[in-house]
Write a new protein. Structure first.
Length: 342
């Protein structure tokens, strides 16, 4: 069966699968891959009920009957909100997940068909939760099915990534004492404490790696207070640090700066990853984190995918049709090259 990755991308994009609401897309993938002849397994992933989600969520793992693949093509099918459906013109496919990462998924399925026809069967592993906490990848990592190479898909403009940054999510919570704002001496401002900490963190030198680049810090969420005329008794912030090496020195720095002014929770810690070159492939360094550091049991990792990260998570998310088609050949060529090393 010839697979049109452009049409498949649109089918996938037209299913809302924002994180925690991935169930309908998982069902579609299960049924679609079975229609191609794959043996399909659903790997249940915990539903935490965030944002009112109650549906079943699961990873989708597939392989051809009787095959024992040693190479795995993988990406995620959850997306960031807000959901919006697909459209296309002569050049692009548009929609939430077009490049991150449903277009990638579509091109991988098309490549897998090409590889199977050429005698190189592969595993297909599609996970949930990547955009939040890699929950699906952590479940999948309980059993790597004997895979020796993992080709993960994220938008790299069809270049092979030599490294990815890690991600350290820090949750800070400050406590104070409420009082009438006319008498601040009777209270203690949690917001003042938090602002002072964030100011110092934003001006702190963090590690730099000559290949991966500099660590970056983003204060993504801030919340606190009761009213303009009330000294705030509580405040919190969520900070994301893109790491370039071992996260422990960064944790130590954050802990030292915060001191006793806030409670600290390191809510997510994805490691930076270095990967190898493969002759014939252009290369890049990904400044973002991926599921790769949570899929260590699936073999030596490589990262490759169509699309640019610069339009992911934006209202104009899109992917070049030419890159989608090119990715089919790229994935097939890369898996074919790796099969020679088995």
């Amino acid at each position: 069966m010839a697979i049109d990755p452009i049409a498949l991308t649109r089918l996938l994009v037209d299913i809302d699968s924002t994180t925690y609401f991935e169930g309908a897309c998982g069902v579609f993938l299960d049924e679609y891959l079975q229609s191609l002849g794959y043996q399909v397994e659903r790997q249940p992933v915990e539903q935490p009920g965030i944002n009112g989600a109650t549906n079943e969520r699961f990873n989708v793992y597939a392989k051809m009957p009787g095959a024992d693949p040693k190479i795995t093509l993988s990406t995620h099918f959850d997306t960031v909100p807000p959901y919006f459906g697909s459209s296309e013109d002569d050049t692009y496919v548009y929609g939430r997940g077009a490049c991150d990462a449903k277009g990638i998924l579509a091109s991988q399925i098309a490549a897998a068909e090409k590889l199977y026809a050429g005698g190189v069967p592969v595993n297909l592993l599609y996970v949930v939760g990547e955009e939040r906490d890699s929950a699906g990848a952590k479940v999948a990592n309980r059993d790597g099915r004997g895979s020796r190479f993992l080709i993960n898909g994220e938008p790299t403009e069809n270049r092979l990534a030599l490294a990815t940054k890690g991600a350290l999510r820090v949750e800070l919570r400050a406590s104070g004492k409420m009082a009438h704002s006319a008498y601040p001496e009777l209270g203690e401002s949690a917001i003042d404490k938090l602002v002072d900490v964030l100011h110092e963190l934003s001006r702190t030198d963090l590690p730099i790696d000559p290949e991966i680049g500099e660590s970056t810090l983003n204060v993504g969420l801030v919340n606190g207070g009761r009213a303009p005329n009330v000294i705030p008794d509580a405040a919190e912030a969520h900070v994301l640090i893109r790491t370039v090496g071992d996260s422990q020195p960064v944790k130590d720095t954050v802990t030292r700066i915060v001191g006793n002014r806030c409670d600290i929770k390191f809510a997510l810690d994805l490691a930076a990853v270095r990967m190898k070159r493969v002759p014939g492939f252009e290369t890049m360094v990904a400044k973002y984190a991926t599921d790769i550091s949570s899929l260590t049991n699936w073999g030596e990792p490589l990262l490759l995918g169509p699309g640019t990260i610069h339009v992911a998570h934006t209202p104009d998310e899109r992917i070049l049709k030419s890159e989608l088609l090119g990715a089919v050949e790229k994935y097939a060529a890369l898996a074919g090259e790796l099969s020679k090393q088995l």
